[in-house]
Design a protein around this ligand. Structure first.
Ligand SMILES: [Zn+2]
Length: 90
């Protein structure tokens, strides 16, 4: 079974929860978390891969640290934006 995946989305899903834990001032409702994801992914180049699940985890090791730093930076900026302009219903 093969999947077409945006590898960046996998990375954001992997990294975002750990960053949210450290953020005390950001709203963590579903809407805000999805907004953070969307903003971060719009800032990152899409990186589509065809793979099975095992392959995805091997890629993670291959692509390594720099990509992870880029993703963390994009998430950080997205968190700041959502903090300033939350779109959830009051
Ligand atoms: Zn919210």
């Amino acid at each position: 079974m093969y999947h077409l995946k945006n590898y960046m989305e996998i990375l954001v899903d992997e990294i975002l929860p750990g960053m949210l834990v450290k953020e005390n001032t950001i709203c963590k409702c579903e809407r805000c978390i999805m907004d953070i994801k969307a903003i971060a992914l719009n800032r990152l180049p899409a990186k589509y891969i065809v793979s099975d699940i095992g392959e995805i985890y091997r890629r993670y090791d291959e692509l390594g640290k720099q990509l992870e730093i880029d993703v963390m930076e994009a998430i950080m900026r997205a968190i700041e934006l959502v903090k300033l302009y939350p779109k959830h219903d009051a």
